[in-house]
Design a protein around this ligand. Structure first.
Ligand code: GTR
Length: 353
């Protein structure tokens, strides 16, 4: 079945001839730069933010400590502050932490079940993506305002800017003594962001990419009418990408890569792709094929890669044994408790290893 799908989607064998870890590591930076040049835009230069923290009274039934952490970035006389929330299980060391890219500034939020995560033994650092910069074509606000030109133009898209903040959060987590391993997690447009972040920054031991779909974990070639494609996504969200990406509208077959190669940049660390059966827009087959095609890169590191049957999993069946994981949940587009449990159980396995 897989062969037939691959033929229908006509994905060239981009990784042909890469049969050793050394050859791959030479190639990987080229691939990374291609994604930045052709799709998302290069991230701006790193600025070290000033950090201020403020303790919050709520401690989740005494289980946790909550601090708001303010990141202030300054450049050319302009500055912008992003508020983040750090919630850690009380008096623990070496705490595994999820860096969560959220749609809301609220804690807990629709997609962030704080107590369940704490009860799982994890801490979390969360920020609302629109506090970094708004989700629209205005590049003069938030962090983008520090990097745009006098006409309010940036050379990168908004996904790159959100990824920039995620990397700054990782710098901060690394400096905190109580924090152990860090996973990154995002849903949908923030799943795209989580995947790009981890492709650029190898400090995340686990990358959870929930229903990221088009221009995320899903293959761009061979979309059906019901799937989102480059034309549809750039018609609605042109500001997520850099200008070069528009060359590929209705010309997916001319892309010098496909999205599975973004996944492969995460190797040899673990990556989990989550889908929901009714989320046809995100293209589950394309997300699954990405795992299938990227998996071999892990084998160059002596790892297992993607372990699967020769078909898409059925609903609520999981392919979680390798470092590349795929699960297909019942229901619609959402980051549910079910998904969190799947991600947390893998994270536990990584810590205990
Ligand atoms: C949709 C978009 C998808 C996905 C989603 C989301 O409208 O077309 O690519 O990112 O939004 O972020 O919720």
């Amino acid at each position: 079945m897989i062969k037939k799908e691959l033929l229908r989607r006509s994905i060239p064998d981009f990784l042909d001839g890469i049969d050793t870890k050394e050859k791959w590591e030479k190639k990987r930076n080229e691939i990374r730069d291609l994604f930045l040049k052709e799709e998302y835009g290069f991230l701006p230069e790193k600025i070290k933010p000033t950090i201020k923290t403020e303790k919050q009274g709520i401690n989740f039934a005494g289980k946790a400590e909550w601090e708001s952490v303010f990141f202030t970035f300054e450049k050319n006389g302009k500055s912008h502050t992003v508020r983040t929330e750090l919630i850690l299980p009380k008096s623990k060391d070496n705490v595994p932490v999820f860096l969560f890219l959220d749609f809301e500034a609220k804690v807990p939020s629709k997609y962030l079940p704080v107590e369940e995560i704490l009860d799982g033994g994890f801490g979390m650092l969360a920020f609302c993506y629109q506090d970094v910069t708004t989700d629209n074509g205005d590049f003069t606000n938030g962090l983008c305002s520090l990097f745009c030109d006098e006409n309010g133009k940036c050379t990168f898209g908004k996904i790159s800017m959100w990824a920039y903040m995620a990397i700054a959060c990782m710098d901060y987590l690394e400096a905190r003594n109580e924090v152990g391993k860090v996973a990154i997690i995002g849903h949908s447009r923030l799943g795209k962001t989580a995947l790009l972040t981890s492709a650029l920054d190898n400090r995340f031991c686990l990358t959870c990419v929930n229903e990221s779909g088009c221009s995320g974990a899903s293959i761009s070639r061979g979309k059906t009418e019901q799937n989102e494609n480059i034309k549809k996504i750039t018609d609605t969200f042109p500001f997520w990408f850099c200008e070069n990406y528009f060359k590929y509208i209705d010309k997916e077959n001319t892309l010098p890569f496909d999205q599975h190669m973004l996944l492969s940049l995460v190797a040899p660390r673990s990556v989990m792709i989550g889908g929901a059966i009714l989320d046809v827009w995100a293209d589950n087959e394309g997300q699954f094929l990405s795992c299938y095609l990227a998996g071999d890169i892990w084998k160059l590191y002596g790892k297992r890669g993607f372990i699967c049957e020769n078909r898409l999993p059925s609903v609520n069946e999981h392919y979680l044994d390798g470092e590349v994981c795929f699960h297909l949940r019942d229901g619609e587009h959402f980051l549910s408790r079910y998904d969190w449990n799947v991600y947390m159980s893998k994270f536990k396995g990584i810590i205990n290893n």
